[in-house]
Design a protein around this ligand. Sequence first.
Ligand code: G3H
Length: 259
Amino acid sequence: MDRKQLIVANWKMHKTPAEAAEDAAAIATALGRLPDHSSVALAPPFPALVPVRERLAQTQLLLAAQNVHSEAQGAFTGEVSAPMLKACGCDLIIVGHSERRAMANESDAMVQAKMKAAFQHEMGVILCIGESDSQRNEGQTFKVLDKQVREAVKGLSVTGVNSLVLAYEPIWAIGTGKTASVDQVQEVHAFLRETLADCFQTGLEKDLAKQTEILYGGSVKPSNIKDLMSMKDVDGALVGGASLNPETFVSLIRNGFDL
Ligand SMILES: O=C[C@H](O)COP(=O)(O)O
């Protein structure tokens, strides 16, 4: 079984619902039919989820949320739950983005609880992990990533593993224009694949772990996506800045998927 390719637009806190819907329609129209093994997902801000879903009906594009709360309901002002996101038509949820870990103090335990909530409500998870500049300079990269992965997937069921995508996003490469070199990315992705296999040591789970898509994120552009995706363990990308303009994002996808 070959792994799929996936390119995800993370629009972060950009675009009104109307702008997001218009851009989603433009992207879907420009792309047309995608090859069977290639997927594209759009992650607009919460208020744009439903309008974007409506524009993506009858297309192959997937809808992703940028965050979720671990509880299904309750007195959590400003939060959004997994059943709510499911009802908005989400296929995937981004969990543990470094911006949330930094701004909202999300711990590995919180990240794990959010993942479980997503899986319980039958959505896939894009689990973001990555080291900071100082952690890389201090030679802590693999230790940091190992902990982030193990803490997040602890106790996950086979169904969970099956719907998990990893996104390696070195914090020093996010929005900085500084992309990790293809060799740095391949080295980390190979390590992450081994770590996952080690986390799921038994039978079916071990096989599923080998099939997990691992995306790279951090200043991915139309000009560098092809080289990144030519690496053996790079299955796609999580794209911020270069996903905001529909034309740029479509050309990034065409280059990445070789369309
Ligand atoms: O989620 C996306 C990442 O944070 C990468 O953002 P960027 O492509 O603007 O560097």
